[in-house]
Design a protein around this ligand. Structure first.
Ligand code: E4P
Ligand code: PEP
Length: 442
């Protein structure tokens, strides 16, 4: 699996973008040494299982739903918040399953999504220039806590472990049971819910029917949940990388799935070097600047064996831009024979800042990109079998639009994200209804 001369440390010495600068190098080394000894958060068997499921999605037999916070906050490592995140993913999953007549893989941006790449090194808060917030793994969102702090490396591990422990308990304890009525309280009035109610009634009827037949088999009843985060902080990720002797391969066992972001995917950079040797299924963000030739080179680096389930290409172009770029990329992947899973992240190309300085995204732009990308795949003989969203189960006000008609003036009401705006629960569910409709029509 590993390429020539790859080791978990072979990225060192290559240019590594977006790495924090710490003042106390000895404290970083001590934290990393401790991390290397701590138990892994996931096991290689689960990772292999996810890779097999992703291979099925790429072959059109499943659908991958990846979603969660932009930047998980340590302070949000709380039962109710974790439960809300799981609930919204599961609700979306049921709608997509129903609409697409397909099994859904649940992949949270959760239990480790603590590091953020940023456009600049500093920002101005209340008239003061401070280092930019890079995620709780590195510094604090509070402008007085912006120095990179090595103690956060261990804190991140422990918060991720606690989050994952709670998620596993919820799933094992039946919270993920599709029949559970608590999943089905919609956040809208009957009027607002409009024609979604009809779909919901059909979903309910289907679940009742299955119940009459004796219920779903065990493996379908408790939805599995996998974890993912951006592999950004390379020393941290390396410390969570383990040799699995029974598999003869290296795995990052800090999450089931890791991805490389748009800002760190340089061909000769440290991030691609690090990730290429892992046995995990991996993702790569693909922005509008990616050329077919560059994609060919990336594919041969990350998936030389053309392994099903290995690579998910997560496009993030912005509404109105996919038509110019995507057909060439689809053709390049096909010509090279890579069995990639195509995913659409309609969030990261659609950000803008309001006059009042809040980062937001419009529900309409997000939906437009999703529709454009799905159509382009269809017309170019490819298939979109995955989506990637920044979302939360909480009633935040960060993105505009949706059934509730949130406008810019309403954003300040409950704006919580430390970095980019997320779909709230209502907007996430509406998006799932619309994805389900799209799939049914297709
Ligand atoms: O989530 C993605 C990036 O971290 C984020 O969009 C960067 O935001 P910035 O341009 O404000 O730094
Ligand atoms: C930073 C992210 O995305 P991108 O690399 O696509 O900008 C992200 O998904 O958190």
């Amino acid at each position: 699996m590993t390429g020539l001369a790859w080791t978990p440390d072979s990225w060192r010495g290559l240019p590594a973008a977006q790495q924090p600068r710490y003042r106390d190098a000895a404290a970083v080394d001590a934290a990393l040494a401790e991390l290397r000894e701590l138990p892994p958060l996931v096991v290689a068997e689960e990772v292999d299982h996810l890779r097999a499921l992703i291979a099925e999605a790429a072959a059109g037999k499943r659908f991958l739903l990846q979603g969660g916070d932009c930047a998980e906050a340590f302070a949000d490592c709380r039962g109710a918040i974790i439960q809300d995140k799981l609930r919204v993913l599961l609700q979306m999953s049921v709608l997509i399953t129903h609409g697409g007549r397909t099994g859904v893989i649940h992949l949270g941006r959760i239990a480790g999504q603590y590091a953020k790449p940023r456009s600049g090194d500093t920002e101005v808060v209340d008239g003061r220039e401070v280092p930019v917030y890079r995620g709780d793994l590195i510094n604090g969102v509070d402008p007085d806590q912006r120095e990179a702090d090595p103690r956060r490396l261990l804190e991140a591990y422990h918060r991720a472990a606690a989050t994952l422990n709670h998620l596993r308990a919820l799933v094992d304890g039946g919270f993920a049971d599709l029949h559970n009525p608590e999943h089905w309280d919609l956040p809208w009035s009957r009027e607002d819910a409009g024609h979604y109610l009809e779909t919901l009634d059909q979903v309910r009827a289907s679940l009742d029917f299955v119940k009459c037949l004796g219920g779903l088999p065990e493996h379908l009843r408790t939805g599995e949940l996998f974890t993912s985060h951006e592999a950004l902080h390379l020393p941290f990720e390396t410390a969570l990388t383990r040799w699995a002797p029974e598999k003869g391969a290296h795995y990052n066992l800090g999450a089931h799935f890791l991805w490389i972001g748009e800002r760190t995917r340089q061909l000769d950079g440290a991030h691609l070097e690090y990730i290429r040797g892992l046995a995990n299924p991996i993702g790569l963000k693909v922005g509008a600047a990616m050329t077919p030739e560059e994609l060919r080179q990336v594919l041969s680096k990350l998936d030389p064996q053309r392994q099903p389930g290995r690579l998910t290409l997560i496009t993030r172009f912005g509404a109105g831009k996919a038509g110019r770029v995507l057909p060439g990329l689809i053709e390049a992947a096909r010509a090279e024979g890579h069995p990639v899973l195509w995913s659409c992240d309609p969030m990261h190309g659609n950000g803008r800042t309001t006059a009042g300085g809040l980062k937001t995204r419009a529900f309409g732009d997000i939906l437009q990109e999703l529709r454009e990308v799905a159509d382009l795949h269809r017309t170019h003989g490819s298939r979109l079998r995955a989506v990637h969203f920044e979302l939360t189960g909480e009633p935040v006000t960060e993105c505009t639009g949706g059934v509730e008609g949130l406008d810019e003036a309403g954003l300040e009401r409950a704006y919580k994200s430390g970095c980019d705006p997320r779909l709230n629960r209502s907007q996430s569910l509406e998006m799932a209804f619309l994805i389900a409709q799209m799939m049914r029509r297709a």
